[in-house]
Design a protein around this ligand. Structure first.
Ligand code: NI
Length: 146
């Protein structure tokens, strides 16, 4: 396991559409382990693969109720709305209000390729949306209300 370098705003890698992760192998497991170490080291609540320079559809979140690894996540349902402050490890020392759904239901695979569903409200919904946006090259700063 290792701490990886977090790509910062301005790097093109953050603006690419990530590709589906097809292999559930030791390499994926190693990257997910590194991402976990990197996120906790940086005091983040989420980290997406492109933020460590990997253009594949996976991310992790931990909003205080445990680590969730999401491979090929898709938002299946969403409802309500919330406006709240958001930041990003790729946009250091900046925070701004962003509108997000209050609730989301996400389908994803775990590191072994098994399907699961996770539901999130409030901060968890916000984190899920933020990280899944990263997989499509979208940063929260694109959604800031002025
Ligand atoms: Ni981010």
């Amino acid at each position: 396991m290792a701490i990886r370098n977090i790509v910062k705003k301005g790097d093109d890698v953050l603006r690419k559409i990530c590709r589906t992760q097809l292999n559930f192998d030791d390499k994926l497991a190693m990257i997910l382990d590194d991402m976990k170490d990197t996120m906790y080291e940086a005091d983040g609540v989420g980290l997406a693969a492109p933020q460590v320079g990997i253009l594949r559809r996976f991310c992790i979140i931990d909003v205080g109720d445990g680590l969730i690894e999401l491979v090929n996540p898709v938002i299946m349902e969403q409802s309500g709305s919330q406006i709240g402050q958001e930041g990003c490890l790729s946009v250091p020392n900046e925070y701004a209000d962003v509108q997000r759904p209050m609730y989301v239901k996400v389908r994803a695979q775990d590191r072994n390729g098994n399907n699961f569903v996770v539901e999130g409200e409030g901060l968890k919904a916000r984190a899920l949306c933020h990280e899944i946006d990263h997989l499509d090259g979208i940063l929260y700063i694109d959604k800031v209300k002025r």
